[in-house]
Design a binder for this molecule. Structure first.
Ligand code: ZN
Length: 184
């Protein structure tokens, strides 16, 4: 990867040998390993290692999980917040694990729609809850820095499974809880 980055620097008209860029290929390769570490992590195994018995109950919501991901179309960051809600059937999972789950899928090349679906699908598969809902609100540097230059645009995606999909009252409760405290 370092060799490729050196070639890439040349192709944009830079001199990879100059002082400021000498260590850039190594630093960039390390940064990319970190930003794509999700490929080495198993989301279902992580969730299943942290399940607790529970009786059916109220909606559990974790709001404002920070996510940092890379858009697969431009290899530029998109970042924002993720809200995950579910209604348990037989199992609950530690709250920190939902944040971890979002991170595992975000730290790969992504499109926001698929990221949202994958998080919801993994909760559904590992916990077998009554239902699950996921909302992601994110800003994409590929929209902000180039092209349309929509400076303040945020993209919002959602995925609803189980009772969140079939029961409007449950979906409404989730949307209302997720919106509480939203900045705008
Ligand atoms: Zn993009």
């Amino acid at each position: 990867m370092q060799q490729l980055i050196s070639t890439w620097l040349e192709s944009i008209g830079e001199d990879p040998a100059r002082d400021g860029l000498r260590d850039t290929p190594r630093r960039t390769a390390e940064a990319w390993a970190y930003m794509t570490r999700g490929y080495q992590q198993d989301p279902l195994a992580m969730l299943r290692s942290a399940l607790f018995e529970a009786t059916a109950g109220q909606m559990v919501l974790v709001r404002d999980i920070a996510i940092y991901s890379m858009c697969e179309h431009h290899l530029l960051p998109f970042f924002g917040v993720c809200h995950i809600g579910y209604i348990p059937k037989n199992h609950i999972v530690g709250v920190s694990k939902l944040a971890r789950l979002a991170d595992i899928f975000a730290r790969r090349l992504q499109v926001q729609e698929r990221l949202t679906d994958q998080i919801a699908g993994a909760v559904m598969e590992a916990l077998d809850p009554e239902g699950v809902g996921v909302i992601i609100e994110a800003r994409h540097l590929c929209m902000i820095m180039r092209g349309a230059e929509k400076q303040n645009s945020r993209m919002v995606t959602s995925a609803m499974l189980g009772s969140f999909q079939t029961t409007p009252a449950i979906r409404d409760e989730f949307l209302q809880l997720a919106r509480l405290g939203a900045s705008a």
